[in-house]
Write a protein that binds this ligand. Structure first.
Ligand code: FAD
Length: 452
């Protein structure tokens, strides 16, 4: 499968990563993709959707462990718990995982647990790691990250209101959260909650803290699960949750009071990249379905295969181009993260976060169109894929917020750029003056001009 890896990154992969990539590709193609519909039917209907855990997933997890495919997302060199792959190497694996609904969880590399494990590995103390990181890394429990709130514009995290108040040896939490992804899963044991512990701090970026809350703590109510274009994403789910006088030991605070912003910044960098990497895989799968439909001899509108229509071939070609371009942007961000760390790769991470879901959606939409009515139905993976990837333009911050930051950073070059253009203009004026002083006869003028 390394034949599909862009040649410009091939030399950066270890032999072990190349071998593992082959194992991941085979596992996804032969085990996970065929299991996707089985997972759906095991989730069941009605309330049972939130009560059961599809057994096919546990079977896949066992197979994955035996193949050595587990927790590949934790990058080498940054975490002692890492199985030893770089962000680039994992990126290429995540592309395969993105082709299947169940693959990421089967290898314990699914959101939001990946970001949450990174938080615990990076900022948690030994006690917190033993209590929560260990079972998460073993795939025994699941977790949710609770930042977004229903009553405020949460894309600006300084707006977050949930109160975290210290009382003796405890913190008391009051407030509400929604879009708490993963909270529907009955194995979800841990909420990583962001709230305000110091609302009057003059530095708005020091008002927030992050605290660990066991999901069964008294005072927590899950009111409902939100749907995504009609999909409930059971048994994972996106919860709307309230906290009423929820008490947890003070030792559950992560890193310290007022460090919440620092933690969410650290959490989101690699997470955005993981989503982008998986999206490339989903786009590849959509293209595969589009090509299959375009060559289906049983379905020939106006007597021709769809692939005999120029416009359809153009969709195929454009999709190929756009996926390949987007992949290079993601891999570039991964390389930058490996070489300089996530903080120095913020621009590249933002580029991937913005461009990849848009590219994925464009490709999936073409595939939907090629299928006609079937494209929006449950008979292809395309409709669910589109709904899932559309949310990435909001989740981890809406596109506009990242674009604004990118625009501002790019705009910081204004002074240098203006000065450079002015220098070029001045030089042009100088050259033009000299040019005009040259003799008027055409032939001579060109000869002299070469001396400018
Ligand atoms: C499927 C899904 C899963 C999610 N999972 C989680 C999760 O697990 N945990 C969690 O905490 N959150 C989660 N979220 C929430 C997500 O992170 C937020 O929805 C997102 O950050 C936007 O916040 P908001 O919904 O409050 O929108 P608002 O902040 O109200 O923003 C609304 C819109 O305003 C526009 N806007 C905002 N800022 C600017 C700007 N500077 N310039 C121009 N336009 C702007 C954007 O178009 C934006 O979409 C999830 C969301 C979805 C859809």
């Amino acid at each position: 499968m390394t034949s599909k890896v862009p040649t410009i990154v091939l030399d950066r992969l270890s032999d072990r990563a190349k071998q593992t990539l082959d194992v991941v590709a085979k596992f996804v193609e032969e085990e996970c993709i065929p299991a996707d519909p089985v997972f759906e039917s095991q989730v069941g209907v009605g309330d049972a959707r939130w009560e059961s855990h599809p057994p096919i997933l546990e079977e896949l997890k066992e197979k994955a462990k035996k193949l050595g495919l587990w927790n590949m997302f934790l990058p080498k060199g940054h975490y002692k718990e890492s199985p030893g792959f770089t962000n680039l190497e994992y990126g290429l694996m995540a592309e395969w995982l993105g082709k299947s609904k169940v693959a990421s969880e089967a290898v314990n590399c699914s959101a939001p647990d990946t970001g949450n494990m990174e938080v615990l590995a990076k900022y948690g103390n030994e006690e917190q790691k033993a209590q929560w990181l260990k079972p998460l890394m073993d795939g025994k429990i699941r977790s949710a990250f609770l930042m977004t709130e229903p009553d405020v514009a949460s894309s600006d995290a300084t707006n977050i209101q949930l109160e975290i108040r210290r009382e003796g040896n405890e913190y008391v939490l009051n407030g509400s959260k929604w879009w708490s992804s993963g909270a529907g899963d009955r194995r979800c044991a841990l909420y990583i909650v962001m709230g305000k512990s110091d609302p009057h701090n003059k530095d708005v970026y020091k008002q927030q803290s992050v605290i660990l809350v066991p999901s069964t703590t008294k005072g927590i109510t899950i009111h409902r699960m939100l749907s995504v274009y009609g999909y409930d994403d059971a048994p994972h789910g996106h919860g709307h949750i309230t906290f009423k006088d929820v008490r947890v030991p003070a030792s559950n605070l992560v890193l310290g009071e007022g460090r919440g912003f620092e933690i969410i910044q650290g959490r989101l960098g690699p997470g955005r990249i993981h989503h982008a990497m998986r999206t490339i895989g989903a786009a590849e799968r959509a293209l595969e379905w589009m090509i299959m439909r375009a060559n289906d001899p049983a379905k020939k509108p106006f007597g021709q295969l769809l692939s005999e229509q120029g416009v359809i071939l153009e969709w195929v070609a454009k999709s190929r181009l756009e996926i390949d371009a987007a992949r290079l942007i993601v891999l570039n961000a991964a390389i930058k993260m490996d070489e300089l760390g996530p903080k120095k790769a913020l621009r590249e991470i933002a580029e991937a976060k913005i461009i990849v879901p848009q590219t994925g959606l464009t490709v999936i939409d073409r595939a939907v169109q090629a299928f006609g009515g079937a494209g929006v139905s449950q008979d292809t993976p395309l409709a669910a894929m589109w709904a899932g990837i559309r949310t990435l333009r909001l989740a981890d911050g809406p596109d506009e917020v990242h674009l604004r930051q990118m625009g501002r950073n790019e705009n910081k070059r204004a002074k240098d750029i203006t000065e450079s253009i002015q220098r070029q203009k001045a030089k042009t004026e100088e050259l033009m003056k000299l040019w005009k002083t040259l003799p008027a006869e055409p032939g001579t003028r060109i000869r002299h001009a070469s001396k400018l």
